[in-house]
Design a protein. Structure first.
Length: 99
């Protein structure tokens, strides 16, 4: 087992976990500060979670000095997959309930 597989960002679903953790964190902060859901804020929450998750993953890579092409591809790829699934989910919710 090499060093990349031992690190936290070498895990297969690190980006997905990081993305949904960021999504939950931003959602809770917005919900607590606004007090109710505002539909106009949802895209900002989704994009904010995506970029916060990418930033977190990259900072972990840079601070642990385990930067490699495979590690960056893992972080970005899994974050983007989770982001795409979230967009697909909200698109389906919009089509079913609002169209």
């Amino acid at each position: 087992m090499d060093e990349q597989e031992k690190s936290i960002t070498g895990k297969k679903y690190f980006g997905v976990f990081s993305y949904f953790t960021s999504l939950a964190l931003i959602t809770l902060v917005v919900w607590a500060s606004v007090g109710k859901w505002i539909l106009a804020v949802i895209p900002y929450i989704i994009f904010g979670a995506f970029f916060l998750s990418l930033f977190t993953g990259m900072m972990i890579l840079f601070t642990t000095k385990k930067v490699s092409v495979a590690a960056i591809r893992n972080v970005m790829g899994s974050n983007f997959k989770a982001f795409a699934v979230t967009l697909l989910f909200f698109a389906l919710v919009y089509i079913v309930f609002f169209a």
